[in-house]
Design a protein around this ligand. Sequence first.
Ligand code: ZN
Length: 262
Amino acid sequence: MTSTGGRLVACLTWKVHCPAPVMSDVRPNNMNHAKPKLSCHPARLVRHDGGTSSFGGEAAHEGTQPADWKQPLHLVATLDAASEFFPLEVYPHATLPLYYPFASSSPLLQYRVKSDDEIEIIHVSCFQLDTRPMIETTLLPPFQADLVAFSYVEARAIALSSAFPSYELLPEDKRYIEDSEAYTSVMTGVNLRTFQGDISHTCRNRHCQSFDRTTTLNIFCIVPCSRELAPDPHWGNYPKFVDLIFGLCPFCGTLVSLNVST
Ligand SMILES: [Zn+2]
């Protein structure tokens, strides 16, 4: 297992952008229209009363209750699409809700946002099992926040640490990373890289040209199960070194959430 610092630094490695696949201008309704921006500063959610994004809270959309589940999907965060640091473009709604299937016994969720009031679950990996309840709490404690970009010196220190993990950073670079809260906050950006590297995904959207084929997710948000974000009971069985990952199918633009750990 890598050190906590090394793990989290690796989360913030952003890659050279690869052009998205060419898609038709006219897509069926069960596609999302979102795609990653070509360029967007990496950012994190910073607590701010009156902020236009948020962390946690009650599931706020229709369609969040999987059939035969005891509880709805968990709302992890809501991103303000009007923020200059919002990582997606051609996104037709005011907010982007990030849902995660904590209760699944092998969590993986694919869904699309139909409106600011409704989502549609395309696939969820496994029904909740009576014998394996993974989490009992129904929500992550909410707070308002804004997306705030990492500064140049923060990004430089993080990138250096990630590219050369055995290189001893200068004390001021370590402070830049620590003070940035990069390792304990919700992180957004374009083509973020997890500490497991690229994440492959098999699209379950039957209307996607990549249906049932494996592609690489465009990851735009990483949420560490950080106790600074929420205290222990709210993460269920998840230790703090698990990251929740949010990405897009590069072909149909639907959202995928899963987790990675060391
Ligand atoms: Zn797809």
